[in-house]
Design a protein around this ligand. Structure first.
Ligand SMILES: Cc1ncc(C[n+]2csc(CCOP(=O)(O)OP(=O)(O)O)c2C)c(N)n1
Ligand SMILES: [Mg+2]
Length: 335
C-alpha cells in the first residue's frame, strides 16, 4: 500500500480534527453495536460492517455541500451516518422495525433519505455506479452545480457497467465523483487475485477521466483529495475518480470464515494504520486534553445505546405494510 502514489495529508485545525474524530467514532461504535445486535439475533438478513473504512466517508462528507448527492453499495451504514441520517432510524431499519428509514422493510442494504440526498444502499455489485451517473445527469439537466459522490468497491470496479458509466460520464461531462473504496478484498478474493492492473483509478484515463489514489486511512488526505475532486467537478470539468486505499477489519459480512487472510494482517493494519487512532494521536500531540476526547467517547456511546434501545423498542411493521411502497407514488419533481 505504501508503494502507491497517494495524496499527502494537509494541516487542519484541532476543531476540525475533533469533528472528524467524533464522526468516525460514531460510525465505529454504531457498527460494533450492530454486530452485537446481529449476534443476539435481533438483526436478520445481510449486514456488512464498515469498520476500518471510516476515514473515507468522513473525509469526503467534509467536502460536500447542501444538495450534493451520495449513493453507495451494501456496506452503507457509515455513509448514512456521515451524511447526517439519524442513527436511531438506521439501527431500527437494521432490526426491521417501523421506526427504520424504510419502515423496517428494507434492512441493512436498502435505506434511503431524500432529505439527506442519500440514494441507497444497493445489493447488486456495480449497479449503483450507473445510478450515480444518473443522479449527476439530473443535476446537469437542471443546471445546478451539485455533485454526486458514487461509492463502490474494488470488486465492483471490475464490473463492465463501471466502464460503460465512465464512458458516458466523460462524454456528457457529468458532475460525478467516482469513489473506489479499495479495501483490498471482494468477499474472499484479494485484488491481487482478481485483477491484472490493480491501479483502478488509472482506468479512467482510457476515457479521459482524471483521478488519483489516496491514503484512505488518513482522513486529512481524503479531505484534501476530495476538495480537489469537488472543485474540478463543480467547475463543470466532468467526472473525477478517487481510489481510496483502505481496509476492512471485519469479515465481508456477518457470515465470513475469513480464510483468505491472516489475523496478523488485520492486526498490523489496526495497530499501524487505524484512521481513528491516527487522529486521536494528532489531537493529543497538539495539546487537546484526554478528558475532552473521553467526553466525546461518552457522548457517542450514549447516542449508539439510544439508537439500539430505539431499535429494540420500535414495533415491527404492521402486516398491512406488505401492500405499501410496492410501486412509486408519482409526484412531480420540484427540486
Ligand atoms: C452482480 C453481483 N455479483 C456478485 C454479487 C455477490 N457479491 C456481493 S459483495 C461481493 C464483493 C464485492 O466486493 P467490493 O466491490 O470490493 O466491495 P466490498 O465488499 O469490499 O465493500 C460479491 C461478489 C452481487 N451482490 N452482485
Ligand atoms: Mg472490496
Amino acid at each position: 500500500m505504501a508503494t502507491r502514489r497517494q495524496t499527502r495529508k494537509t494541516a487542519a485545525t484541532d476543531q476540525e480534527l475533533t469533528r472528524y474524530y467524533r464522526d468516525m467514532l460514531l460510525i465505529r461504535r454504531f457498527e460494533e453495536k450492530a454486530g452485537q445486535l446481529y449476534g443476539m439475533g435481533l438483526i436478520g438478513g445481510f449486514c456488512h460492517l464498515y469498520i476500518g473504512q471510516e476515514a473515507v466517508v468522513v473525509g469526503l462528507e467534509a467536502c460536500a455541500e447542501e444538495g450534493d448527492k451520495r449513493v453507495t453499495a451494501y456496506r452503507d451504514h457509515g455513509h448514512m451516518l456521515a451524511c447526517g441520517m439519524d442513527p436511531k432510524g438506521v439501527m431500527a431499519e437494521l432490526t426491521g422495525r417501523e421506526g427504520g428509514f424504510s419502515r423496517g422493510k428494507g434492512g441493512s442494504m436498502h435505506m434511503f433519505s431524500r432529505e439527506k440526498h442519500f440514494y441507497g444502499g444497493h445489493g447488486i455489485v456495480g449497479a449503483n455506479v450507473p445510478i450515480g451517473a444518473g443522479l449527476a445527469f439530473s443535476d446537469l439537466y437542471k443546471g445546478n452545480d451539485r455533485v454526486t459522490f458514487t461509492y463502490f468497491g474494488d470488486g465492483a470496479a471490475n464490473q463492465g457497467q463501471v466502464a460503460e458509466t465512465y464512458n458516458m460520464a466523460e462524454l456528457w461531462m457529468l458532475p460525478v465523483i467516482f469513489v473506489i473504496e479499495n479495501n483490498q478484498y471482494a468477499m474472499g478474493t484479494s485484488v491481487k487475485r482478481a485483477t491484472k492492473s490493480p491501479d483502478f483509478w488509472e482506468r479512467g484515463a482510457a476515457y479521459g477521466i482524471k483521478g488519483e489514489a489516496v491514503d484512505g486511512m488518513d482522513v486529512l488526505a481524503v479531505k484534501a483529495a476530495g476538495e480537489k475532486a469537488v472543485k474540478h467537478v463543480r467547475a463543470g470539468k466532468g467526472p473525477y475518480i478517487l481510489e481510496m486505499m483502505t481496509y476492512r477489519y471485519r469479515g465481508h459480512s456477518m457470515s465470513d470464515p475469513a480464510k483468505y487472510r491472516t489475523r496478523e494482517e488485520v492486526q498490523k493494519m489496526r495497530e499501524e494504520r487505524d484512521a481513528i487512532e491516527q487522529v486521536r494521536e494528532r489531537l493529543i500531540e497538539s495539546g487537546v486534553a484526554e478528558d475532552d476526547l473521553k467526553a466525546i467517547d461518552k457522548e457517542i456511546k450514549e447516542i449508539v445505546n439510544g439508537a439500539a434501545d430505539f431499535a429494540r423498542e420500535s414495533p415491527e411493521p404492521d402486516p398491512s405494510e406488505l401492500w405499501t411502497d410496492v410501486y412509486a407514488d408519482v409526484t412531480p419533481q420540484t427540486a
